[in-house]
Design a protein around this ligand. Sequence first.
Ligand code: BES
Ligand code: ZN
Ligand code: ZN
Length: 512
Amino acid sequence: MQQEQKTGQQAWKTFLPELFNWAGQVKLSVHPDCPESHHHLLMLREKKDSEGAYEIDAPLLPDEQRRQLMQQMTELGYQKIPEPVTLRLGDSFYTLVSQSALDLSDVRKARQAGLDGARILKNLGVKSLCLHAGEQVPSSGILEGLGLGLYQLTGFRNQSGNNRVSQQWPERIMLAGNCHGDPEEIRTSILASCLSRLLADAPSDWLNPEQFAKIAEDMSAEQGLSCRIRKRAELQDMGMGAFISVGNGSVCEPHLIEIQIKGKNPDKTMVLVGKGLTFDAGGVSLKPSLGMDEMKYDMCGGAAVLGAAYYLSRHQPPVNVVCLIGAVENLIGSTSTRPGDIVRSMSGKTIEVLNTDAEGRLVLADLLHYAQSQWKPEAVVDVATLTGAVLYALGSIGSAFVSNDRHLASYLRNTAESAGEPLWELPLWPELAREVRSELADLKNIAGSAVKAGTLVGGTFLREFAGSVPWAHIDIAGTAWNCKGTGYPASGSSAFILKTLAKLCLNYESAL
Ligand code: BES
Ligand code: ZN
Ligand code: ZN
């Protein structure tokens, strides 16, 4: 892999899934009626108050087709909603997937239907595809789910083993019925999540901090965004001793990625901050071996922020957006930070590093301070795979967030709800502030072992660096990969929170 990185400019692009090229080209159209199509994707739902009975939820499907499809299913003996099935009427095919009966938002139901559809459709050689909205379930969400489901990372396989399937994917997708918003935004969302998921799923020998910065630079240049990369010496000059200390055990230097997106109103700025640990071995406070490979995903906050930058490059936000990603790897070696070492953060506060595995907060401490002091923003939102503890608090269906500002907290909650990305707010109990005070330094990076609320402690530590700016911190450790929420891929990266971040910026002006 190392060799490959050196060959040719932008060699990383050959690793982008076929989905990326396809999504960039596929023709999209919205229809108020049922268009002619080689293939249709429809949803089945249970009938109310009649056990087992089901119906097709596709208001635009003509009655005759509906009758014939139901008849075929009766003949096939399906008394309950079947697994996804494909039927034929004349020259057209109809794939029927089940609509979730859970009490979930319509956007999430839509995405799940798209994901289920993708499993069937990706191997069928479909030429044109019509996605049918349900009575409540928007076709735009189904398209988004389809995009999530068609993602397949093949670049790390032997070329001859590559399964290049895009020629079988539809050239055209028609959205029939209720579509939320502009389908071009869904196209962007698929492209952005595809980029973000590649970075997340890629192994850390491929996506090291240098490669992360290179990809951010290439993407920014191509999309007309300005991007600045700072490496160790410059970060040192800026006083980012906390951030730098995390990378002390690696030959690959820490890279601070800063991308600017110009908004329509240049007087206001919003900052997105992402934790970009391309690998987190824990450092000298080494993690156990079991499952350590998963720590290649410790850059998912950064990947979501880069994905959001890509999204915003295609749909200009009302305010300026600055994206900051701290790309670094936490390894063990003779130059690593040791437990007990004291580092000086950019804010001037010193931090006793009692556990080198609580490194994300060291990175974010400097980035948050830089964000508020340099940019004087309206708001700062950081995203990080910060604590294992969040998995015990909320599991893998939604993410936790904390905030120092009621207005930002409710804006974030509402935005996430409309993006179909479940978020739940946790409190920042004032009593916890004393748990991160150190005897020797100003702060320590972990609390005593009696304090079990790891996610709150992480948030409390970060709050010290947010100053008086409205700030929210989202802990995506439970959802960034192997997300169990409806409407997310069952395994691998999820690009969770990417859409919420983009929408937070796009709707900012009207939210005030
Ligand atoms: N990257 C981890 C958090 C993590 C753990 C993410 C499991 C996803 C799954 C983070 O850097 C970490 O190691 N946090 C420690 C903090 C502790 C030492 C206070 C943790 O959660 O155990
Ligand atoms: Zn760690
Ligand atoms: Zn980490």
